[in-house]
Ligand binder design. Sequence first.
Ligand SMILES: CC(C)(COP(=O)(O)OP(=O)(O)OC[C@H]1O[C@@H](n2cnc3c(N)ncnc32)[C@H](O)[C@@H]1OP(=O)(O)O)[C@@H](O)C(=O)NCCC(=O)NCCS
Length: 176
Amino acid sequence: MDIKIRQEKPADYEAVFKLIKKAFKKVEMSDHKEQFLVQLLRNSTSFVPELSLIAEYENEIIGHILLTKITIKNDQTEFNSLALAPVTVLPKYQKKGIGGMLIEQAHKKAIELGFKSVILLGHADYYPRFGYKKASRFGVQLPFDVPDEYCMAIELTTGGLHEVNGIVEYPKEFNG
Ligand SMILES: CC(C)(COP(=O)(O)OP(=O)(O)OC[C@H]1O[C@@H](n2cnc3c(N)ncnc32)[C@H](O)[C@@H]1OP(=O)(O)O)[C@@H](O)C(=O)NCCC(=O)NCCS
């Protein structure tokens, strides 16, 4: 399969909206509003256009990933990081490695832009294969009342979370 991963453009927004709606339709742990979250995040100060990527196959958009800016705060200081949310692949094209391609490409771009880590709330069986570990191991807490294993982080650079600790502050758009 000749899949192209590239930066999302405004002309793609409608197709991406439909893709996200469709991909989350049958997902149990979903509020089925992820397509609206992406719309809100694009208009927020957390948005980094280079980190909204799409996967294209035969001129159809079949996958999308978004990383947005977040801060990790403690009493003394704060650190910049990124949140991965959401990543989606059209059901018909799932389990072909496209989600992985989007994640790897988003990491690569984030490193080029100088980011050192990514934080996410997600499936404990999926993300570790890309290098994600429990965020608690780095002293990073997510502001959600969910089991520890769903809160994950990755160091994009060696020691990217060294001496970084605190609670993640998400853009207000995540509050719905
Ligand atoms: C999660 C998602 C992006 C993965 O995309 P994909 O292209 O199918 O992923 P890949 O092909 O890279 O990886 C497939 C592997 O991930 C596993 N996987 C996919 N979704 C998973 C989940 N929810 N929990 C655990 N494992 C999952 C598959 O079982 C498969 O495992 P295998 O390689 O051992 O067979 C896609 O399933 C999707 O869009 N799901 C609906 C939206 C969603 O839940 N997004 C994630 C939350 S933001």
